[in-house]
Structures are given as structure tokens and as C-alpha cells.
Design a protein around this ligand. Structure first.
Ligand code: SAM
Length: 218
């Protein structure tokens, strides 16, 4: 990442921590989660996601990669006023169980938590009525499967719906040298990024956090 971007990110993060209005209990949960090395969205990605969710029209959301429910709690709280429901999928059983108890702890009741591999579980989500489709789909799981997640979930997304993709620049390995062991992930992500630029929908790739991609379905 460019030196200026690292410094800009630091500045943003400091400002977010200083000015955001977060309940102390949630801050404690955030701190514990980070200390326990559970991967969660960064401060700036969380703020940006909230900003998008506050456009007033976003109701139902699908999240791929629950972990212990940190981003899920943020999303569910934002969409509650629109009677929105969060569907969230997690492959790791312990994390799924922790997420369930965290949803309870923070009184989040508009969530359908799904335990399993998103490669299987997305296909099982059946949506009959247009108004029950998703307005936003958040990809935050295994990066090497983003293309499959996209293919499986695209039809579940409403017109003008958003796909919000975290970690698209994968620690800068997309445009810098990378360790050999990440060859498959990097190649798959590069292919996926090219695909997102080439399709008809609107797409932007933003260099903050670990690289955030946003697609709006036409
Ligand atoms: C970066 S963490 C998610 C963080 C979470 N969104 C947050 O910010 O609080 C990614 C999670 O995706 C899960 N995961 C990875 N591959 C998956 C798959 N194929 N299906 C469902 N979950 C998956 C991992 O177990 C991990 O807990």
C-alpha cells in the first residue's frame, strides 16, 4: 500500500474511534474479538458499510462469513428500522455458536444464522417474492471462492441491489509480489476483479481497509 494511504488509513481510524458513537458493551466485544484474533471488518469498512446501509432502502441482507457476529450485529441493527432480516452463513461451528450467543447478548432478533459452507448454503436459500430478495450481499469469507459466491447469489439480489466485497486487494498481493503459497487465491481474485469490471453492472474498487469492491446491479 502507498505510504500516504497507510497514513491516511491511520488518520481515518483515529477519527472513527474518536467520533463514532458506539455502546461501551459493543466496544468491549470488539476489543475481545480483536484480541482473540477473530478476523472482523476494520473500523473504516464498518463505517462505510453503515453509511451504505443508511440509504434508507436497504432491507434484507445476506452476509457470507459471520465469524462471531461482529459485522452481523452492526448490519442487523441498521436494517431493523426497515423490518429487514440478515441472513448470515458461517462454516466454522464454534464461531457459528459464538455468533448465536452474541446475537442474543446484543438483543439482535432479526437474524437467520446459517451453519454450513456458503458454497452449499446459498443455493438452498429460496426466495419466492421479489420484495423478499436481498438489497445487499456482503462477501467476507474465503476469497478464493468469491466468483462462486457471486454466481450463486447474484440472482438473489434485487435490481439496484449492492454486492459489498471485502478484502479484494488481499494485503496488496493483487498488485505487488506475493508469497507462492497464495498463488491460487491471487489468481482467482485477479480474474474475479477483471470480471467485475467487465460486466454491465456498476462497479468500483476502493483502496481502503483491505480493498473494498462495490457493485450495483442494473
Ligand atoms: C473475515 S471472517 C468474517 C468476519 C465477519 N464478517 C465480521 O466482520 O465480523 C471470515 C469468516 O468466513 C468463514 N468462512 C470461510 N469460508 C466460508 C464458507 N465457504 N462458507 C461460510 N463461511 C466461510 C470463516 O470461518 C470466517 O469465520
Amino acid at each position: 500500500m502507498l505510504e500516504e494511504l497507510i497514513n491516511a488509513n491511520k488518520y481515518l481510524t483515529e477519527n472513527i474511534k474518536k467520533y463514532r458513537k458506539t455502546a461501551p458493551l459493543f466496544e468491549e466485544f470488539e476489543k475481545e474479538t480483536i484480541e482473540n484474533n477473530i478476523p472482523i471488518i476494520s473500523y473504516e469498512v464498518a463505517e462505510y458499510l453503515k453509511f451504505i446501509l443508511r440509504n434508507g432502502k436497504i432491507k434484507n441482507v445476506l452476509e457470507i462469513g459471520t465469524a462471531v457476529g461482529y459485522s452481523g450485529i452492526i448490519i442487523a441493527n441498521e436494517i431493523k428500522k426497515n423490518n429487514g432480516i440478515l441472513y448470515t452463513i458461517e462454516i466454522n461451528e464454534d464461531r457459528y455458536k459464538d455468533a448465536i450467543s452474541n446475537f442474543k447478548k446484543f438483543n439482535v432478533d432479526n437474524v437467520t444464522a446459517i451453519y454450513g459452507d456458503a458454497l452449499e448454503e446459498i443455493k438452498k436459500i429460496k426466495i419466492e417474492k421479489t420484495e423478499n430478495k436481498f438489497d445487499l450481499i456482503f462477501f467476507d469469507a474465503s476469497k478464493s471462492h468469491y466468483m462462486e459466491f457471486f454466481n450463486d447469489s447474484y440472482e438473489l439480489l434485487n435490481k439496484n441491489g449492492i454486492i459489498f466485497i471485502d478484502n479484494l486487494l488481499f494485503r496488496g498481493y493483487i498488485y505487488n509480489d506475493y508469497p507462492r503459497r497464495f498463488k491460487t487465491i491471487v489468481e482467482r481474485l485477479k480474474k474475479f476483479i477483471t470480471y467485475l469490471y467487465e460486466i454491465e453492472d456498476d462497479f468500483v474498487l476502493l483502496p481502503f481497509g483491505d480493498g473494498v469492491g462495490i457493485l450495483r446491479k442494473k
